[in-house]
Ligand binder design. Structure first.
Ligand code: SAH
Length: 257
């Protein structure tokens, strides 16, 4: 594939997209964690509407749809992810109830109070936790739910190296009590929060990338940007293994008042 006519920006996106398309999930998580969060949601029927924002290729959406009734809309900004998402829905024979659309989580094309549940794993950081909670609220029915995973600190202080990494990557990372206070302030009753187990990051995310990285590097041999992308992912995995007692993803489930 020739990329000469593309801007660096587009090229970068294509590479990121290709890299993550090879994986079942584009962020840390597991079917068990998804189902645990789902166990706190008690209002779903065949008529329910559920949105999964930043759904990626839909690993968690398919798990949800296999275990909960209702109509599911997955949304992601990358068309390639949505193509794979819709192929997955077909493969799992869920196409009647599960549809992927391309769109951005900061400009939702939905009606007010359209959803019984808004879901988002490893994605709300793209617009920020507080902003997402506040802006998405109007699309949820009264008595409906929001369930998101968000990077959180486990302790009040931590070593400089990991503090600096996160301040560069996502300065909105905060402690669990502070995130819960933000959830409540945004107009939800905090129903549950739990830390995602380590295997959501290791077995299910970083370990899966090891083989994919080799293939990716082979294919893009000599491409500095591809090499940098892989080096970044490897550094992230190394930092997780070194500092995992200080941070992780936390599932936050809230009920709209
Ligand atoms: N929920 C999936 C993917 C998480 S990765 C999982 O847990 O596996 C974060 C996802 O957010 C990516 O698929 C990325 O394409 C998507 N994304 C980034 N910015 C977005 C935006 N503005 N609107 C919608 N999706 C976005």
């Amino acid at each position: 594939m020739s990329n000469e006519n593309k801007s660096i920006h587009e090229f970068d996106f294509d590479l990121i997209c290709e890299y993550f398309s090879a994986l079942d999930r584009q962020g840390p998580g597991s079917p068990e964690a998804t189902l645990k969060a789902l166990s706190f949601i008690d209002n779903l029927t065949n008529d329910s509407r559920i949105a999964d924002l930043g759904c990626g290729t839909g690993g968690q959406t398919m798990t949800l749809a296999q275990h909960a009734p209702g109509q599911f809309t997955g949304m992601d900004i990358f068309p390639k992810f949505i193509d794979i998402f819709n192929q997955n829905a077909k493969r799992y024979e869920l196409s009647q109830r599960v549809k992927g659309i391309v769109g951005s989580m900061d400009q939702l094309p939905f009606a007010e109070e359209e959803f019984d549940l808004i879901w988002s794993e490893g994605a709300i950081y793209n617009i920020g936790f507080e902003r997402g909670l506040n802006e998405w609220r109007k699309y949820i029915k009264a008595g409906g739910f929001i369930a998101v995973t968000e990077a959180s600190w486990f302790t009040d202080s931590r070593p400089n190296e990991i503090e600096k990494f996160w301040m560069d990557a996502y300065p909105e990372i905060d402690t669990i009590p502070n995130k819960l206070a933000q959830l409540q302030k945004a107009g939800y009753v905090p129903i549950a929060s739990f830390v995602l187990p380590e295997n959501c990051w290791t077995e299910n995310f970083y370990d899966k990338q090891v083989y994919a990285q080799e293939i990716f590097l082979d294919k893009h041999s000599g491409n500095t940007m591809a090499e940098e992308l892989v080096a970044n992912e490897r550094r992230e995995a190394m930092l997780y293994s070194k500092y995992k007692q200080y941070y992780g993803y936390v599932f936050y489930v809230g009920k709209k008042l």
